[in-house]
Design a binder for this molecule. Structure first.
Ligand code: JFZ
Length: 588
């Protein structure tokens, strides 16, 4: 009976959410994402009680990401709750945080309203495990942040750990071997317990997950969706033990927020609006999806007092450029202290990235992905008649080669408007004459005005004839070279090891190869590959070998002259290998 009522009431709502009936203030699916795809750059904020132990428990430095210290330290619930009594962020200045994000060139921020430890940074009516009831600070931390975002025109997102909750009975807990956190003397006993108790390490965590979802998670998601002036983004995380029924408990809440952007981490097969590759940049992006790389500035999301492994500003700028050149967004993290301060190394880097964005932001905001499959010296972004060249490796000979045939009517160095350059065009590529030295402290960007839409010289493998050890009936060799990253080649079933070959038609200097793969980061699918070229004696000579991430792979190598190239593959986990697109790029 309950199920019939469920379908009678919720089916129409689901339809609204899934097939986007235009509600009065709802904007079209694509426009709904427009601000997000134009924004490109956001601030991730991991903040909570875990900033009190800050990576140390029982005077031991607990390994792994700081916000997992309760799980990695196997800290009993009652003991962890005591840390909240020391969480008193008197130096918290939400205006300053929002202004810092803005100064960095960021257009939105996403803060952890509740992370896996179950502690809510907001005033929740369904628990006393929140900042108002469990800490000396006693005030909601998200209201002033939401107000500051509205005042500064920064879009607001809340991260919410819908499945994992290590404090409220029944909340899920991803099982992690005790020793991975520290040399816990009780590791064996704890591991035995977590094995039998769905990852829980404390009897206080036992309970029904559905009760936890119904009594804590769903009501709290309602609170964060309705009590903060309307969210722009809801960022789910780790769908541990989630399934379709459990995911559907949250959908009715979303139906009232048609413009809300959600990610792919709710679980139960719900993909949301965005893919979320974590701590790495996908080699070939996600051709069919909006995607956002989330990354730490050091090696932890939540504050750890002893993690000083900070990425350099230049590295962060190169990552932003790489991600945006592939059509993605960059969500860069800070982990504030329990006093409410963003660590100084993070502030310095955000300010410096902001200096680069002040000069080069037009090469980032509102751009499309690079029209080039590969460039040996860097990346590119496109906006209308402007092509932006992100010159990672400044040409020592001052000659920047570009596989483009359009007429170039203007060349500007964004960092030096007085910069003058010659452009010449010869068989299939343009040469832009540059000073032999770049005067830019960070990544220099050259702006080209071009006539017409970019006419790019295709990769040397494009449309070339291929061969394979075998081809499954549902696939085709031609799919490898047709420029469509969504159709597939795979061998016949059971053939875990296979090879594909391409005939370039003539000897060519090749300096990069890439393959598109069909899987997502969660799928944990990795393929072994070996690229070989046929030498003058007809022998196959190895060029490069390695393991992919399963969501695309690209590799540069010293130019190799050859006509016939072969890729030997071993599929993931004993399965057949699958490749959607195989590209060989000519040395320039
Ligand atoms: C999750 C959280 O567990 C972590 O604490 C942090 O909030 C991060 C942003 O997200 O960590 C993950 C999630 C996904 C993967 C790995 C770590 N994954 O897909 O491999």
């Amino acid at each position: 009976m309950k199920r019939v009522i469920f379908f009678l009431i919720l089916l129409p709502l689901l339809a609204v959410h899934s097939c986007k009936q235009p509600a009065k203030q709802e904007v079209s699916a694509e426009n709904r994402m427009q601000w997000w795809t134009d924004a490109k750059f956001g601030l991730f904020i991991h903040w909570g009680v875990y900033a009190v132990p800050a990576g140390v428990y029982k005077e031991v430095q607990i390994k792994n990401i700081g916000e997992w210290i309760m799980n990695r330290g196997k800290i009993p619930v009652a003991e962890y709750r005591e840390f909240a009594k020391q969480f008193n962020p008197v130096k918290y200045d939400p205006e300053a945080w929002v202004k810092l994000a803005k100064e960095a060139g960021m257009k939105y921020l996403v803060i952890t309203s509740k992370h896996h430890d179950g502690f809510a940074l907001f005033d929740s009516k369904v628990t006393d495990w929140d900042v108002v009831d469990a800490t000396p600070y006693g005030k909601d931390l998200l209201t002033p942040l939401a107000e500051a975002c509205k005042k500064e025109g920064i879009k607001l997102g809340f991260y919410y750990s819908q499945a994992q909750d290590w404090t409220h009975p029944g909340g899920a807990a991803a099982r992690r071997p005790a020793v991975e956190g520290w040399a816990n003397p009780d590791s064996a006993a704890i591991d035995a317990y977590t094995k039998e108790h769905r990852g829980h390490w404390d009897p206080a965590q036992e309970g029904s997950m559905d009760d936890y979802l119904d009594k804590i998670a769903v009501p709290q998601v309602k609170e964060i969706l309705e009590n903060y002036g309307g969210l722009d983004i809801l960022w789910w995380d780790t769908p541990t033990d989630m399934n379709k029924e459990r995911a559907e408990k949250f959908l009715p809440l979303l139906a009232n927020h048609p413009n809300l952007i959600t990610n792919n981490r709710l679980g139960g097969g719900y993909q949301g609006d965005t893919e979320t590759p974590e701590q790495y940049i996908p080699s070939t992006g996600f051709p069919d999806r909006h995607w956002e790389v989330c990354m730490t500035m050091n090696d932890t999301w939540g504050f750890k007092s002893w993690d000083h492994d900070w990425k350099s500003t230049n590295d962060l700028i190169l990552k932003l450029s790489d991600i945006v050149s592939k059509g993605g967004n960059f969500l860069l993290n800070v982990g504030p202290t329990a006093e409410g301060e963003i660590p100084q190394p993070s502030i310095e880097r955000l300010k410096e990235v902001g200096q680069w964005m002040k000069v080069n932001g037009e090469a980032i905001y509102g751009t499309q992905a690079s029209p080039f499959a590969w460039l040996p010296w860097g990346k590119a972004t496109l906006k209308g008649q402007n092509l932006y060249l992100h010159v990672v490796t400044w040409p020592a000979d001052g000659k920047l080669k570009l596989p483009l045939t359009n007429k170039i009517t203007g060349v500007t160095l964004l960092a030096d408007p007085g910069f003058k350059s010659e452009v010449s065009q010869s068989e299939g590529y343009a040469v832009i004459t540059l000073p032999t030295q770049s005067s830019d402290q960070w990544l220099p960007v050259i702006k080209l005005d071009i006539e017409g839409t970019p006419a790019v010289v295709s990769p040397v493998s494009s449309g070339k004839p291929g061969a394979a050890s075998s081809v499954d009936a549902s696939a085709s060799i031609a799919h490898l070279f047709d420029g469509d990253p969504l159709n597939t080649w795979k061998p016949v079933a059971g053939e875990n090891k296979a090879w594909i070959e391409v005939d370039l038609g003539e000897e060519m200097p090749v300096a990069n190869f890439s393959i598109s793969e069909p899987w997502k980061p969660w799928d944990r699918k990795r393929q072994d590959f070996e690229l070989r070229v046929k030498d003058k004696e007809g022998k196959w000579v190895t060029v490069i070998s390695g393991k992919t991430r399963g969501s695309g792979h690209s590799a540069d190598f010293e130019p190799v002259n050859g006509r016939y190239f072969r890729l030997d593959l071993a599929g993931p986990n004993g399965e057949v290998p699958v490749v959607n697109e195989w590209v060989l790029n000519r040395a320039l």
